[in-house]
Design a protein around this ligand. Structure first.
Ligand code: NCD
Length: 316
């Protein structure tokens, strides 16, 4: 089977949404991520992306996503243009996204893009002559986070289909949960529990996708009542930067806190995950719990999955 043909076809060059991913390509990507893990552990990396350049254009704060893309590129011998603060560049002079795309696709072979506006990644992908990876478009999507999270989960369960997935926190504004829910539906997962304050519920669009695909959905504000049913406990922070009234944020930010007592109610085999940063919604005392994977696995896997993606997209 010619993997390269499948991948090129699947991305149609760009990865702006989970909708760009085909079911069968997830396996291809995860196998390649396994290879990358071995490569990093054995040799630190290689030169397969020598002479390729990645432009990381970030208009919103980032630590993990930005640095893991840069690290991924470096471990494969490639170069990069690191703009973690695009708002301070020509954008401040009023340059449009379309013009920015034209400029950076002249320098680079791939653009990784983060921006506060939903839909901005597709906008830039339309003008760019090189592939674009969405690293977060406002409250829209964050597809590479969904891929690395699913890769992490796949290492713990033989089959994903029968899992009950819990998502907790700001489900309205959190782009990670939007992409992750879409990917889970694509992978045939049917059981979902959403836990959030009423004001921060999962968008209807995602709920409709779940039910249209035969999924079962429980929505509640009470984590303690449902945590015992979850195989994956995916927690997220309340997204302060999306609130116009900061008093509302202050009221909701710690509506749901996971501490040791809460974890006592969870399954022994459950996975506790978080895209990070966390700002109090998981107590530090929980970090030592063997079920807590955010520091232990998600960050490393983010590197392997992003190395695999860059290799599959760029290494023709
Ligand atoms: C997330 C993001 O930017 O959406 N961070 C990340 O990329 N790991 C989550 C968040 O900021 O809450």
């Amino acid at each position: 089977m010619n993997i390269q043909i499948i991948m090129n076809n699947y991305f149609k060059k760009n990865l702006v949404s989970v909708e760009d991913i085909k079911r069968e390509d997830v396996d291809v990507l995860f196998n390649r991520a396994d290879e990358m893990k071995r490569l990093v552990e054995e040799k630190g990396g290689d030169e397969r992306l020598k002479n390729k350049i990645l432009a990381a254009l970030f208009y919103e704060p980032s630590s993990r996503t930005f640095s893991s893309f840069i690290t991924a590129m470096q471990r494969l011998g490639g170069g990069f243009i690191p703009f973690n603060g695009m708002a301070n560049t020509s954008v401040a002079k009023g340059e449009t996204l379309e013009d920015t795309a034209k400029v950076f696709s002249t320098y680079a072979d791939i653009i990784v893009f983060r921006h506060p506006e939903k839909g901005s990644s597709s906008q830039i992908a339309r003008t760019s002559s090189v592939p674009v990876i969405n690293a977060g478009d406002g409250i829209g999507e964050h597809p590479t986070q969904a891929l690395l999270d699913t890769y992490t989960i796949s290492k713990h369960f033989t089959s994903l289909n029968s899992l009950t997935i819990g998502m907790i926190g700001d489900l309205l504004n959190g782009r990670t949960v939007h992409s992750l829910a879409k990917l889970f539906v694509k992978l045939g997962i049917k059981n979902f529990i959403w836990v959030s304050p009423n004001l921060l519920k999962m968008p209807e669009e995602i709920n409709n996708l779940v039910t249209r695909n035969g999924g079962k959905l429980v929505e509640t504000e009470m984590l303690a009542d449902v945590i015992g049913e979850m195989d994956v406990i995916y927690d997220t922070r309340v997204q302060k930067e999306r609130f116009t009234d900061i008093a509302v944020y202050e009221k909701l930010k710690l509506a749901c806190v996971i501490n040791q007592d809460v974890m006592k109610k969870a399954k022994k085999t459950a996975l506790l995950m978080h895209p990070l940063p966390r700002v109090g919604e998981i107590s530090a005392e929980v970090d030592e719990d063997p079920r807590a994977l955010y520091f232990r696995e998600q960050i490393r896997n983010g590197l392997y999955v992003r190395m695999a993606l860059l290799d599959l997209i760029l290494n023709k």
